[in-house]
Design a protein around this ligand. Structure first.
Ligand SMILES: [Fe+2]
Length: 460
């Protein structure tokens, strides 16, 4: 059995709806909206070559007036889901609607979108039915990252698309009222898996890292990316306004799925935090979830070969799946062109989140998941961290500010925790990670990727 089809990642076989869910503790009555979370969920019996390739399934919990009105889970009915339309057409062009929209779910300008970085966003109703793919009136001609960033000052949604075929990287800006008002090609050396990016008040921050596209892997039906020692690693700082060039900073080769945040430090520098994998870590992780982990598996021997052999199959892959990432901070000095890097903690953390109202701005706190089973709150001002375990699996924590919050961590963290008994939506006090309420869900929710709290004011 493959690691991504068993245990807490095992898919569920169908869609369900349940009403009036049992609640322990007291749900904050001001939480009126939906917690939605996306993740891969292959259909029963369907082959699944990689954890990342299962069809998207969105799990939702509706909260209103201190009650949990419903839970429902729905597959995102992309063209790949409904009729298996090929992603690569006979003429070599891509069908950006035939994807698995399985990575994130966000709302912008009153509309809910399910996202995956290989294709177009899919619009969902607030009750999680699929409306269809969205190209913003025909203007979006590239894929859309699953990690767009909303500028809290302007309300614009900034994002990008990367492509196997040129253009390899395109920057996009969606206005607060949902119009695609800017698309700009960005020159990079080649096609890579660019999962996330960051913004600051005046800049966009790019991560051009050595998980490169490999056509041979694509031809074998595998995830078409592999580590390439020869690609190098760069962080780029691009002015948001105008067409000024990207300033590239060479950094030690690594991979970063997720950034925490970025901001301008007032001294001519851009500060970026993220969960950093060393080359050995990404090879181990990638091998454990179904990807070819090295140049050797892709057919061209390379320095990562010994690690790849260890990450190959059987019992070794269980150990290999423990590839870890650690919270790092890079400071990019625009005056000197120098980059510095520091590790902030030795814990194995992923899924960094923060108060979205601080995106691109100086901030004090980050929240992460450690080793898949606890939450860690980082105080970046004091350099301290608080950790709380949950005795099972816990997913990404979504911060919801309290009404009239007076401090950055006055609010709640929403996350799904699971153990052998089932799954529950936890509402934690973000100040001290204590439990304020729990909503028992009618069935286990498989481990997944990203989610959002979508207040009623954010949906039509
Ligand atoms: Fe992600």
């Amino acid at each position: 059995m493959d690691l991504w089809l068993e245990g807490h990642r095992a898919p569920v076989p169908d869609e369900t709806t349940a009403h009036d869910l049992p609640v322990a503790g007291a749900l904050p009555p001001e939480l009126n909206g939906r917690y939605l979370r996306n993740g891969p969920n292959p259909k029963p019996g369907e082959p699944s070559a990689h954890w990342f390739t299962g069809h998207g399934m969105v799990h939702g919990v509706r909260l209103r007036d201190g009650r949990a009105e419903w839970y429902r889970n729905r597959w995102v009915r992309t063209r790949r889901f409904t009729d298996g339309t090929p992603f690569v057409r006979a003429d070599g062009t891509l069908d950006l609607t035939s994807v698995q929209a399985n990575t994130h779910v966000v709302a912008h300008d009153g509309t809910v979108y399910a996202l995956v970085e290989a294709g177009l966003p899919y619009e969902l109703t607030p009750d999680l039915d699929t409306v269809g793919p969205c190209d913003f009136g025909g203007l979006l001609t590239t894929a859309m990252t699953a990690h767009p960033k909303r500028d809290p000052r302007t309300g614009d949604l900034l994002f990008f698309g990367y492509g196997f075929i040129p253009p390899h990287l395109t920057y996009h800006r969606l206005s607060a009222d949902g119009k695609l008002v800017e698309s700009r090609e960005v020159a990079v050396p080649g096609p890579t898996m660019m999962h996330d990016f960051a913004i600051t008040e005046n800049h966009v921050v790019w991560l051009d890292l050595p998980m490169v596209f490999d056509l041979e892997l694509a031809g074998r039906g595998a995830m078409p990316f592999r580590w390439d020692d020869s690609y190098g690693a760069r962080l780029g700082v691009m002015p948001r306004v105008g067409d000024g060039p990207v300033r590239w900073f060479d950094v030690d080769p690594c991979y970063v799925f997720h950034v925490g945040n970025a901001y301008e430090n007032g001294r001519g520098g851009v500060v970026l935090t993220g969960a950093r994998y060393r080359d050995a870590d990404i090879a181990a992780l990638w091998g454990g979830i179904g990807g070819a982990s090295s140049r050797t598996e892709a057919g061209t021997a390379g320095p990562a070969a010994p690690r790849a052999a260890a990450a190959g199959a059987g019992a070794a892959s269980v150990a290999a799946a423990s590839g870890t990432s650690r919270l790092h901070r890079w400071t990019l000095d625009l005056a000197t062109g120098r980059a510095s890097e520091e590790v902030l903690d030795d814990r194995d953390v992923e899924f960094p989140t923060l108060d979205d109202g601080r995106t691109g701005l100086p901030h004090r706190y980050l929240y992460t998941v450690a080793a898949g089973s606890s939450l860690v709150k980082y105080d970046l001002r004091t350099g301290t961290a608080a950790e709380r375990g949950f005795g099972g699996h816990v997913g990404e924590a979504v911060f919801v500010p309290a009404e009239d919050a007076r401090s950055e961590d006055e609010g709640w963290l929403l996350t799904i925790a699971s153990d052998r008994a089932g799954s529950r939506l936890l509402v934690l006090d973000a100040a001290d990670l204590s439990e304020r309420a729990r909503v028992e869900l009618p069935r286990r929710v498989p481990a997944g990727f990203h989610g959002s709290w979508i207040p009623d004011s954010d949906v039509r």
